[in-house]
Ligand binder design. Structure first.
Ligand code: ARG
Length: 448
């Protein structure tokens, strides 16, 4: 271990560079607060603030800070290099402990907003797809076995609601992230007469943390944020899994643009759904980030411990990957096309009219449980004779319920028309055209 760089080992400079902007914003507010509270002179504050701005400008032009233990030291040392020893006054009444906690909150807050924007875009794309595919009927599954026909629009919209909840979770997480720890100093507060609420106002925080020890060690907001990332990733895996299934020739419900697929190095016929697979796979590392966060923070005594430095890579990794997945997903589903005929044809397999026949009997006063048994026998009969339910004669239907002969009338065929079964599900939130249009209007008003 001769060549091990201990400064690098104990520091975070190799991964916390992206906090520079948040760090500078936090420092500017802190310095303005110090001036307002007459802890440093106005002229000193002015020099520090313009020095910080010049560092920010250099960074924006691609200039790199010289290596230090972490981003906080790097910026402070550079400031002193640029404006002289007065730069050393910036750290009055502050510690890196409340500083880094502040930076991470600013960062999480910003990333929360970016994720919400991407989800809004996702939902708008789903809405558009739903509107244009409202008349596409396809197999709905439970246990991945044929269950009942549903409209493709209804199926797609389910994902808009999942991500609506993700947005709510993010907004809620943002509230807890938006509490300012700055002014907690190392752990105990400070004897300088600072004004924490003033700094909070400058930085757009809703409030300040009430307990300085909690302030420097609380990473709940970051864990919550990575949980939000995990939940989004989880929802995307479900959607990707379905796209992968739907593209399989056994289904052939959909196609997506070629650029989201790849070929095989050996099998010339292949179009593999790689993008959907990669999104599905990314969830693994994102869930890993959540476990890392929980494990880093667990059992830590108050207040700050250097273990907390390890919180940043999982936060960065989770949000980078979720944003990428959302971006790819948004582009990919914009190109999603349903094969209407294939989708409808798929409903002919698996006796998906069965519930309608049981409902038909129930409407004629047969207890549903009894009707269920009768239709079970009809389905068995169809399997034996290799027939579909729609092809049975009235006589065949009636044979199965001799007790109330002839309970089946010719109207049964109307009830089991696969094209129309979905449209009869007019209950609120159901898959009928009418219910789906209602759902679309609710979602539209949310997205306004
Ligand atoms: N680089 C550290 C982190 O990310 C900053 C805080 C260091 N504080 C300390 N007392 N050593 O957590």
């Amino acid at each position: 271990m001769k060549n091990l760089d201990f400064q690098q080992f104990i520091g975070s400079f190799s991964f916390d560079g992206r906090l520079a902007e948040a760090d500078i914003a936090g420092s500017i507010a802190h310095v303005q607060m110090l001036v307002k509270c007459k802890i440093i002179k106005q002229s000193e504050g002015g020099k520090i603030v313009s020095g910080l701005h010049s560092i920010l400008n250099s960074l924006k032009k691609g200039w790199k800070l010289p290596k230090e233990e972490d981003i906080h030291f790097a910026i402070e040392k550079e400031l002193i290099r640029r404006i002289g020893s007065v730069g050393g006054k910036m750290h009055t009444a502050r510690s890196r402990n409340d500083q880094v906690a502040t930076d991470l909150r600013i960062y999480v807050r910003q990333k929360t907003d970016e994720c919400i924007d991407l989800i809004n875009e996702f939902q708008r794309i789903i809405l558009k797809k739903a509107e244009s595919n409202i008349d596409v009927i396809m197999s709905g599954f439970t246990h991945l076995q044929p269950a009942q026909p549903v409209s493709a629009a209804h199926h797609l919209l389910a994902y808009a609601w999942m991500l609506e909840r993700d947005k709510e979770r993010l907004s809620d997480c943002r509230k807890r992230a938006n509490v300012l720890p700055l002014g907690s100093a190392a752990l105990a507060g400070t004897s300088f007469k600072i004004d924490r609420h003033f700094a909070a106002k400058l930085l757009d925080f809703d409030s300040v943390c009430e307990n300085s020890m909690d302030g420097v060690s609380d990473r709940d907001f970051a864990i919550e944020f990575v949980f939000c990332m995990s939940m989004i990733a989880l929802h995307l895996t479900k959607f990707c899994e379905e796209i992968i299934l739907w593209m399989n020739p056994e289904f052939s419900y959909v196609t997506i643009a070629d650029k989201f697929t790849s070929g095989s190095s050996i099998m010339p016929q292949k179009r593999n759904p790689d993008c959907a697979e990669v999104i599905r796979g990314k969830s693994g590392r994102i869930f890993g980030d959540l476990i890392a966060m929980l494990t880093i923070v667990k059992s830590l005594p108050l207040a700050y411990n250097r273990d907390l430095q390890e919180d940043k890579p999982p936060v960065f990794d989770a949000v980078d990957n979720v944003k990428m997945c959302l971006e790819v997903m948004n582009e990919m589903i914009s190109t999603l096309k349903f094969a209407k005929e294939n989708a409808l044809k798929s409903t002919e397999k698996g006796f998906m009219e069965a519930t309608e026949i049981a409902d038909y009997l129930a409407r004629k006063n047969v207890p549903f449980r009894e009707a269920h048994g009768v239709v079970g026998k009809i389905v068995l009969y169809c399997k034996e004779k290799s027939k579909t339910l729609g092809k049975l004669t009235l006589d065949e239907f009636n044979r199965f319920y001799p007790e109330k002969y002839p309970i089946f009338g010719s109207d049964i065929y109307k009830y089991i028309d696969l094209k129309h079964i979905a449209d009869m599900k007019t209950s609120y939130g159901g898959t009928s055209r009418k219910s789906v249009l209602k759902q679309i209007s609710v979602l539209k008003s949310i997205l306004k």
